[in-house]
Design a protein. Structure first.
Length: 324
């Protein structure tokens, strides 16, 4: 019996965990391959982001504003309350600048990919999730530099002057985004072309598996050197998932959202855009090598946390007196 795409997405965490373990094993036994494997990360990331962006309705951004209450809750939650929470969680981290930057990069940007999948699996409102996603994507690109400046100050300037950052941003984020928008425009001009988007939808999960395998295999030294403080980072990511859930429930009541919309909001707040910021993390100089490790760790912790979300969010939202 062939696996469906929904089954693949539902069980993707196990694929990623296997990819990490295999990557670490390869990195341990063949450290001489690290340079070659790292070079392959970049085209794999570019293809991953292109395939992912084609699943975001970039040509229908205005649809998100048809439901103003949900949109308001999503904006307040993701771009006002979550940054405040992240600022508080920084106090629990060691002073290592690479670790702190990694946490900031990954927790400040809302997810635009598996958020939709898990909203569906968690009995949320999938059309709302699809509608709000392009707005979340555009706003995070605009606001992330501001957030980083607020939390990092002049240290951010040292990062921005790195020429490689601008190149990576243009080639691995902007170009895939533009290519995805052009693809969607081409698909909408004639019937039957939507099959291309459907086929591209199969790619993000296996491609992300390839990317985390390559990172684990090529960055083994960075992973090992970061182990002593990863326990604290793990605790911060778990705390984030708990607080995001509580904020989602509270905003659902404040904005009088129906149960399915509140579930969607919770998944939006709890899931982060880890592999969209991953190219930026990998482009940093060696002194910031821990950033990419933190980003990958967060994605794995998040996926495990979302499995818990899938069990408790439907029950909790049904029990707190939200409108149906």
């Amino acid at each position: 019996m062939l696996m469906t795409r929904q089954q693949l997405e539902k069980h993707q965490i196990w694929l990623y965990l296997a990819a990490v373990l295999l990557g670490l094993a390869l990195g341990w036994t063949r450290p001489d391959l690290a340079g070659a494997l790292e070079a392959v990360i970049w085209p794999a990331l570019g293809l991953l982001l292109y395939a992912t962006f084609t699943q975001v309705p970039l040509t229908h951004i205005s649809d998100a504003f048809k439901d103003r209450r949900f949109m308001g809750a999503a904006l307040v939650g993701n771009f006002v309350l979550i940054p405040i929470v992240v600022g508080g969680l920084l106090l629990l981290l060691p002073p290592d600048p690479g670790i702190r930057l990694g946490v900031l990069l990954v927790l400040l940007v809302p997810c635009t990919d598996w958020f939709i999948t898990f909203t569906h699996l968690g009995q949320g409102d999938t059309p709302r999730a699809i509608a709000v996603t392009p707005v979340m994507l555009v706003l995070q690109f605009l606001l992330l530099p501001i957030y980083l400046w607020v939390f990092m100050g002049d240290a951010l300037l040292e990062i921005l002057v790195v020429e490689r950052i601008a190149i990576v941003f243009l080639t691995l984020i902007v170009l895939p985004l533009v290519a995805a928008w052009l693809t969607e425009r081409w698909v909408e001009r004639a019937r039957g072309r939507e099959i291309l988007i459907e086929r591209l939808a199969w790619l993000p999960v296996p491609l992300l598996g390839v990317v985390v395998f390559l990172i684990a295999a090529s960055q083994l030294e960075a992973v090992m050197s970061s182990l002593p403080i990863m326990g604290q980072v793990l605790g911060v990511f778990v705390a984030f998932l708990i607080v995001a859930l509580l904020i989602g429930l509270a905003l659902g009541r404040v904005f009088r959202l129906p149960v399915p919309a509140t579930r969607t909001l919770i998944f939006s707040l709890g899931t982060r855009n880890s592999f969209v910021v991953l190219p930026l993390a990998l482009a940093l100089p060696p002194v910031w090598v821990g950033v990419a490790v933190v980003v990958v760790l967060q994605s794995l912790i998040e996926l495990l946390g979302v499995l818990v979300y899938l069990r408790i969010v439907p029950r909790m939202t049904a029990a707190v007196g939200l409108p149906r």
